[in-house]
Write a protein that binds this ligand. Structure first.
Ligand code: NAP
Ligand code: ZN
Length: 347
């Protein structure tokens, strides 16, 4: 067992506090990672605040993790001491179901092991990346290309793959029109990736306040959803709409922006149900879908793609002591565009 410094939530309403946690001793296939940087995902906030149901406290969240391997178990073959590596939303799965065999561990039919607030192999509740070190099975450890700025790369481990995976699944590329709802942590990385894939990219944000940034990051068009004219102008336009919004929406308005055969993919995960008029779907063979972050192979593919296209998130680097303030700023959509914690400051 290894004792490491961390920041934990102790209830749904109290600020996160510094603490220590135990990491398990290395099994034969485990890798010990010294964490360098950890991103703050809106899912961390949903989780600790109980938006998705009750959780066990204390809870250390964080599933955008980048660091270096400091020790490997006796049978590890995929990683070695010194390697630059990452860990995302999942750190285990059954390994034998149809989905795991396809490399879609995130959709494991027996339930994957979430990097935090999951049930680990030893029955304990997993604790995530807001800490100095983590122990993860080698199969769930990603190679992080050296060319990507280590300070900025962590959010790719969740935000990056959560956008890359549906863009690939629904075949975004040259000739396709993609809209991204929400210019936040997920949305801004989605703009960069969709642009690099060759799609025509539109941002649908509440206001035009981030328009200049959006266009700089690779969007071709930028519209305010607070303006009702947007929904008239863009009706029937998009092959694919990716919804990254962390709150409920009037989904009908967005379904009507889809072209014939278009798909609205829900990535943001508010607790409210999704409701749409059946006729809006029927009239143009439109679909509504959901998509979770991504399996290990697509996550590695995304990291390699980002290295090839020199894509890293736009970040604000913070100290551990600033996490609570950062949460308030994420909730107020006042982050450009992802907070990353310098893990040295957990010391
Ligand atoms: P974020 O940085 O807070 O971005 C969310 C964006 O949604 C905001 O920047 C804002 O964009 C828009 N927004 C926020 N409140 C809104 C409201 N009341 N009405 C309309 N738009 C609003 O959050 P994130 O980290 O990108 O995460 C977004 C959501 O995705 C969260 O629910 C998170 O849990 C979920 N998520 C899902 C997965 C998955 O596997 N599917 C993975 C990661 C995260 P504008 O200011 O541009 O309007
Ligand atoms: Zn996340």
């Amino acid at each position: 067992m290894l004792t490491v410094n961390a920041y934990a939530a102790t209830s749904a309403t109290e600020p996160l506090i510094p603490t220590t946690i135990q990491r398990r001793g290395l099994g034969p296939h485990d890798v010990l990672i010294n964490i360098d940087y950890a991103g703050i995902c809106h899912s961390d906030i949903h989780t600790v605040r109980g938006d998705w149901g009750r959780i066990t406290y204390p809870q250390v969240v964080g599933h955008e993790i980048v660091g270096h391997v400091t020790e490997v178990g006796s049978a590890v073959s995929k990683h070695k001491v010194g390697d630059r590596v990452g860990v995302g939303c999942e750190s285990g799965s059954c390994g034998s179901c149809e989905q795991c065999l396809k490399g879609e561990e995130v959709y494991c039919l027996k339930g994957n092991v979430q990097t935090y607030n999951g049930v680990d192999v030893d029955g304990s509740i997993t604790q995530g990346g807001y800490s100095q070190a983590i122990v993860v099975n080698e199969d769930f450890v990603l190679r992080v290309p050296e060319s990507l700025d280590i300070e900025k790369v962590a959010p790719l481990l969740c935000a990056g793959v959560t956008l890359y995976s549906p863009l690939k699944h629904w075949k975004a590329g040259p000739g396709t029109k993609v809209a991204i709802i929400g210019m936040g942590g997920l949305g801004h990385v989605g703009v960069k990736i969709a642009h690099a894939l060759g799609a025509e990219v539109t941002v649908l944000s509440r206001t035009l306040s981030k328009q200049e940034d959006g266009l700089k990051l690779g969007a071709d068009h930028y519209h305010a959803t607070s303006d009702p004219a947007t929904f008239e102008k863009l009706a029937g336009s998009f092959d694919l709409i990716l919804n990254t919004v962390s709150a409920g929406l009037n989904y009908n308005q967005y379904v009507n922006l889809l072209a014939v055969d278009g798909t609205l993919v829900i990535l943001g995960a508010p607790s409210e149900p999704v409701s749409v008029d059946a006729m809006s779907l029927v009239a143009a063979r439109r679909s509504i879908a959901g998509s979770a972050n991504g399996g290990i192979p697509v996550t590695q593919e995304m990291l390699d793609f980002c290295a090839e296209h020199n894509i890293v998130p736009e970040i604000e680097l913070i100290k551990a002591s600033q996490i609570n303030e950062a949460y308030e700023r994420v909730l107020a959509s006042d982050v450009r565009y992802r907070f990353v914690i310098d893990a040295k400051t957990f010391a």
